[in-house]
Design a binder for this molecule. Structure first.
Ligand code: ADP
Length: 631
C-alpha cells in the first residue's frame, strides 16, 4: 500500500474547539480518559449489535474489551478497543468535523468570556478532541470491522490533520496520546487507575491494563481489569453512589455539567425493564429545534440504538439515560419498535417515571447546590422549570394522557409575588367569592403587571397569573380548567365578577345613560371595533380592548402572524370606564371631528397599554401633539 500522506484541514468549528481545549486551564483535564473510554465502549456496543446478525464480524477476536497501554519511555498512553473501527472516510468525517447541527451558530453566539468555559463547550461533543487536554500530538490507528484496510489519522491540533494508510492486524481503534510534558503522569499506573476508578468504573466492557507486580526476580507483568465491567443500571441502587451516577450521566450525555436529578428503576411483572433517566441541569443549545431524544435502548444488556425516539415522546426530548428491556427481540429495528406493543409499555414507563421524578422535585424545598461555581440554596424544580418548562408546556398541548399530571407541574409568574407559582398554589389562595382562575398574557412581565385588563381584579384582591411565553395562551386553551375552576383570560369575554345589586344597577344605569355616546364612538371606530360597552374591568384606565370569549387574543393573533400565518384582523370590543374623567369629557364633546379624534386616541391608547402598536403611529402622535398644544 502506498505511504502517501494526505493533509486535511479541520472544519472551522473544530479549530475553535481545539484552540479552546489546547489553551484551557481546565482543572479536571483527566476527563479526557472518560471521553475516550466512552467512545471506545460505544464502538464496542456498535460492533456487538452488528455481530448479532453478522457473526463473522467477530472473527477470532471474541473477547470484547478496552485496553489501556502505557509506555513511560515513549511518553504515550494508548486507548485501544476491538470495536467497530473507522474507515478512512469516517476518520476524516468524524474526527475532522463537528456533526451536530447548530454548533456553528452557537459557537458564533458565545461571547469571548463564555468561550473560556470549557464546561460549556462540552455540549459540542468535544469528546475526542479532549485528548488535546493532555497530548500535544494524537495518532489514531483504526481498522473497520469486516475490512482489511488500516488507516491512520494524526494531528498536532494546529489547523490540520494527516491521513495515511497503516498496519493493524485486527479490527478496532487505537488512540495514541503523545503526552504533554506536564501530563506525563498518565503513562504511570496509579494516576490512570485512579482516573478510571473515578470516571469510568461503571463502563460495561472490561477496561484492562498491564501492571507490574512484585520486585526483583519476582517482578511480573500481568493484565488486570480496572473496572467492575457491569452496566451501572443493572446494579442495585444501594450499590451505586451519587458520584457514579453523575459520572455515568456525563459520559452518556457528553454534558460536562452535573445532572440535576435522576431516577433509577426496575419494572417487574408481565414486562421487565430497567431504566436510568437523568434530567440535565442546563438545556443544550439546540434543544428547541432538535427532534432527537437522548435515551439509549438496550435489550438484555446489548446496546440497540441511540436516541430511541419511539420510547420517548418528543416533549421529553431533554431526558437522557438508558432503558434496558428484557422483552424486546434482540434484532429489534425502528420499524418493529414502531409496531410492537412492548414499545407502548416502555414509553408509558418512561413518561410515568419522569413525571414522578418531576413531582418529587416540585415538592422539594431548597437544597444546597453549586450554581456557576458557587454554593447556593436553590429549588431544583425552579432551575428545571427555567430551562425546560417550555417542553412540559408542549406536553400539555400534545399528550392527553399526561395532561392532568403536567398541569400540576406548570409554573407561571403571578401578581402574588415575584416567584414562580403553580395553579394549585393559586387555587389555594383564592378568596371564597372567586370562581375562576384569571390570567393575562403579554410580551413582558412589566407589561402584564401593568395591563389595564387586570385593574378591577387586582382591586378585588384576586390574584392574576402573568403569562409571558408566546405559547402560554394555547396551553391555557388546551387546559380550559384546573381543579374545576375555569381558566379565564382577563382580556376576553365578560369577567363575570360577582357584584352586589347596587353595583349591578349602577352598571346598567351607566350603560343606558351612555348608550348614545357608546354608539357615536362605535360609529367613529366602525372599521376597527365590533362594539363599544361599559366595562367592569377597569379602575384607573379609561379604556381597554377585549376579544370575544371564544376568540383569539390580540397577542395570539400577533404570534401567529409573526410565525408567517395569514390571520385576518379580528375586530375587538372597546370597553370604556364610565367613571373616568376622560370618558366624561368625551361625552361632552359636540364637535363630530373632535369626537372622532378623541375616539381614535382612546382606541390607540388602549392598544399601547396592552403592548400592541397603533396601526398608524404617526396619526397617533399627531393627535397627542395637537391635544398637548391645546389646538
Ligand atoms: P461524540 O462521541 O459525541 O459523537 P466525539 O468527538 O467523541 O463525539 O467522536 C466523534 C465520532 O468519532 C464518534 O461519534 C464516533 O463515530 C467516532 N469515534 C470516536 N472514537 C471512536 C472509536 N474508538 N471507535 C470508533 N469510532 C469512534
Amino acid at each position: 500500500m502506498s505511504a502517501t500522506v494526505e493533509k486535511h484541514v479541520f472544519q472551522a468549528e473544530v479549530n475553535e474547539v481545539l484552540s479552546l481545549v489546547v489553551n484551557s486551564l481546565y482543572s479536571h483535564r483527566e476527563v479526557f480518559l472518560r471521553e475516550l473510554i466512552s467512545n471506545a465502549a460505544d464502538a464496542i456496543d456498535q460492533l456487538n449489535f452488528r455481530a448479532l446478525t453478522e457473526h463473522a464480524l467477530l472473527g477470532d477476536d471474541k473477547e470484547l474489551r478496552i485496553e489501556l497501554v502505557r509506555d513511560a519511555k515513549a511518553n504515550t498512553l494508548t486507548i485501544r478497543d476491538n470495536g467497530i473501527g473507522m474507515t478512512r472516510d469516517e476518520l476524516i468525517g468524524h474526527l475532522g468535523t463537528i456533526a451536530r447541527s447548530g454548533s456553528k451558530k452557537l459557537m458564533q453566539a458565545l461571547t469571548a468570556e463564555q468561550k473560556k468555559d470549557i464546561a460549556l463547550i462540552g455540549q459540542f461533543g468535544v469528546g475526542f478532541y479532549s485528548s488535546f487536554l493532555v497530548a500535544d500530538s494524537v495518532t489514531v490507528v483504526s481498522r473497520k470491522a469486516g475490512s482489511d484496510e488500516t488507516w491512520v489519522w494524526e494531528s498536532q491540533a494546529k489547523g490540520e490533520f494527516e491521513i495515511r494508510s497503516g498496519d493493524r492486524r485486527t479490527r478496532g481503534t487505537d488512540v495514541i496520546l503523545h503526552l504533554k510534558d506536564d501530563a506525563k503522569e498518565y503513562a504511570q499506573e496509579w494516576p490512570v487507575r485512579e482516573v478510571v476508578h473515578k470516571y469510568s468504573d461503571y463502563v460495561r466492557w472490561p477496561i484492562r491494563m498491564e501492571v507490574e507486580r512484585g520486585a526483583g526476580d519476582d517482578k511480573k507483568v500481568e493484565w488486570q481489569t480496572l473496572n467492575q465491567a457491569r452496566a451501572l443500571w443493572t446494579r442495585p441502587k444501594s450499590e451505586v453512589d451519587d458520584a457514579q451516577y453523575r459520572e455515568f450521566y456525563k459520559s452518556l450525555s457528553h454534558d460536562w455539567q452535573e445532572p440535576l436529578a435522576w431516577t433509577h428503576f426496575k419494572v417487574e411483572g408481565a414486562h421487565e425493564l430497567t431504566g436510568l433517566l437523568f434530567l440535565p441541569t442546563k438545556a443544550p443549545f439546540d434543544l428547541v429545534d432538535r427532534r432527537k431524544g437522548g435515551v439509549r435502548l438496550f435489550v438484555k444488556r446489548v446496546f440497540i440504538m441511540d436516541d430511541a425516539q419511539e420510547i420517548v415522546p418528543e416533549w421529553l426530548r431533554f431526558v437522557r439515560g438508558v432503558v434496558d428491556s428484557e422483552d424486546l427481540p434482540l434484532n429489534v429495528s425502528r420499524e418493529i419498535l414502531q409496531k410492537d406493543a412492548t414499545t407502548r409499555f416502555i414509553r408509558k414507563q418512561v413518561v410515568g417515571k419522569t413525571l414522578s421524578l418531576l413531582e418529587e422535585l416540585a415538592a422539594e424545598g431548597e437544597t444546597e447546590r453549586e450554581v456557576d461555581g458557587e454554593q447556593t440554596k436553590v429549588r431544583r424544580y425552579e432551575q428545571f422549570w427555567a430551562e425546560f418548562g417550555r417542553m412540559l408546556k408542549e406536553g400539555v398541548y400534545h399528550d392527553l394522557d399526561a395532561r392532568d399530571r403536567l398541569a400540576k407541574l406548570l409554573r407561571f409568574r403571578s401578581s402574588h409575588d415575584d416567584g414562580w407559582h403553580g395553579l394549585a398554589d393559586y387555587v389555594s389562595r383564592m378568596p371564597a367569592d372567586q370562581k375562576s382562575i384569571y390570567y393575562v398574557a403579554a410580551d413582558s412581565l412589566p407589561t402584564a403587571k401593568a395591563s389595564p385588563h387586570i385593574e378591577a381584579l387586582k382591586q378585588r384582591g384576586y390574584e392574576v397569573m402573568l403569562m409571558t411565553d408566546s405559547i402560554d395562551e394555547w396551553i391555557v386553551d388546551a387546559l380550559r380548567e384546573y381543579a374545576d375552576k375555569p381558566l379565564v383570560s382577563a382580556a376576553k369575554g365578560a369577567l363575570d365578577l360577582p357584584e352586589t345589586d347596587a353595583q349591578k344597577q349602577k352598571k346598567e344605569a351607566q350603560q343606558k345613560e351612555l348608550a348614545p355616546m357608546l354608539e357615536r364612538v362605535q360609529k367613529a371606530l366602525e372599521a376597527r371595533v365590533k362594539t363599544v360597552r361599559v366595562t367592569d374591568r377597569l379602575t384607573d384606565s379609561p379604556a381597554c380592548l377585549v376579544s370575544d370569549e371564544a376568540g383569539m387574543s390580540a397577542r395570539q393573533e400577533r404570534v401567529l402572524r409573526e410565525a408567517g400565518h395569514d390571520v385576518p384582523l379580528q375586530k375587538r370590543i372597546l370597553e370604556l370606564n364610565a367613571d373616568h374623567a376622560v370618558v366624561k369629557k368625551l361625552q361632552a364633546i359636540a364637535d363630530e371631528a373632535q369626537f372622532a379624534d378623541w375616539s381614535a386616541l382612546l382606541y390607540d391608547q388602549a392598544l399601547l397599554a396592552e403592548g400592541s402598536l397603533p396601526a398608524d403611529p404617526a396619526a397617533f402622535s399627531r393627535r397627542v401633539a395637537a391635544l398637548m398644544a391645546g389646538t
